[in-house]
Design a protein around this ligand. Structure first.
Ligand SMILES: NC(=O)c1ccc[n+]([C@@H]2O[C@H](COP(=O)([O-])OP(=O)(O)OC[C@H]3O[C@@H](n4cnc5c(N)ncnc54)[C@H](O)[C@@H]3O)[C@@H](O)[C@H]2O)c1
Length: 325
């Protein structure tokens, strides 16, 4: 069985990636410091506790498990937090990624898939966003991911690495069989916060600005079901064996949802009223991000067939009801 090291495998995206790997016959080894991940989400392979900034520990784990490739999900990934306290973002996302690449180089391992993000694009002039759209991040989180993509390009050119950055738009939903899902504490993401309001653990959903230059005044994002993303990480491993034509690819659905539209879908799915309160805008938020992902469709067979907003909200709601009691 082929072993793949998944950094951040105890987190939201990482645990779905581990599940997708296991379903396709791989052995996922999770490397995670559990700062934001959960031991109970590591179910499909061993858990190695460690920090990606600890190169020695990474080399030890690579020697023990001899993986054929790395899927690098470990990061700090909150836009608002990155603007308030940028230092850990540079330290973990940039220095931590460099440490991982150095451990791989020391061990003679060269294939890596990076969890990147639409936050690298900033505020695009035109929508939808293609891979040719210029990258001008407006928050520290996106800036750190863009730096890491640049480091990957250098490792490809100079050291013969085979790398692919998956720039995904907003991940949502949960495994349709209820085997894993999203657990963040505190939870910054829109869909879980809307559902927390539906279940009564938040008194109202705080909408971050309703005066954006969009149709209903709320931010528009492109939501992809986390299981569709996870399957694409597995496809990317095979892609690195065959091709290195594209250093980065968008994963999105070519359709945007406003925050108010999400609240409406969640009201229908849950049957709860979901009171909304308008809060001020948050620094670092672009008004609208929608992807074109036809290159990933051609290159990786990316088909976001679980990414309707209904399916995303239904699976996330089923996961919350299962975990909250
Ligand atoms: N969730 C999204 O909508 C989204 C969108 C685009 C890109 N991404 C990217 O996907 C990846 C995973 O995001 P997520 O939403 O699952 O976040 P998450 O916080 O649920 O998972 C991140 C994991 O990394 C681990 N981690 C953090 N710092 C670490 C360190 N120094 N050493 C070892 N492990 C560490 C955490 O414990 C956690 O398990 C991130 O790289 C993020 O940038 C996420």
């Amino acid at each position: 069985m082929t072993t793949i090291l998944v950094t951040g495998g105890a987190g939201f995206v990482g645990s779905h990636v581990c599940l997708a790997l296991a379903r396709q016959g791989f052995t996922p080894v999770t490397f995670d410091n559990l700062s934001r991940g959960h031991r109970k989400l590591v179910k499909w392979g061993p858990l190695e506790i460690g920090d990606i900034r600890d190169t020695g520990r990474l080399i030890e784990v690579l020697s023990t498990h001899q993986p054929q490739a790395v899927i690098h999900c470990a990061a700090l990934a909150y836009v608002g937090e990155s603007m308030e306290d940028p230092a850990p973002y540079h330290d973990i996302n940039v220095r931590g990624s460099l440490s991982l690449l150095e451990a791989m180089r020391a061990h003679g391992l060269s294939r890596i898939v990076l969890s990147s993000t639409c936050a690298v694009y900033g505020v695009p002039k035109d929508l939808p966003i293609t891979e040719r759209t210029p990258c001008q991040p407006i928050n520290t989180y996106g800036a750190t991911k863009l730096v890491v993509e640049g480091i990957l390009a250098d490792y490809t050119r100079a050291y013969g690495f085979r790398t692919l950055a998956l720039r995904y738009f907003n991940a949502g939903g949960a495994d349709p069989d209820g085997l894993t899902g999203e657990i963040h504490d505190p939870e910054p993401h829109v869909i879980p916060r809307v559902l927390m309001t539906a279940e009564g653990s938040l008194p109202h959903f705080g909408l971050l600005g309703d005066d954006w230059p969009t149709q209903d005044g709320t931010c528009i994002r492109d939501y992809v079901h986390v299981s569709d993303l996870a399957d694409t990480h597995v496809a990317a491993i095979g892609y690195l064996d065959r091709e290195t034509r594209y250093p980065f690819l968008n994963l999105g659905t070519n359709s945007g949802f406003s925050v108010r539209q999400i609240v409406d879908v969640a009201r229908r799915v849950t049957g709860h009223p979901i009171p909304v309160k308008v809060d001020p805008r948050r620094p670092g938020d672009p008004p609208a991000l929608v992807a074109r992902a036809d290159v990933a469709a051609t290159e990786l067979g990316f088909t976001p067939h679980r990414s309707s907003m209904e399916t995303i909200v239904e699976t996330a709601w089923a996961w919350r009801r299962q975990t909250q009691g």
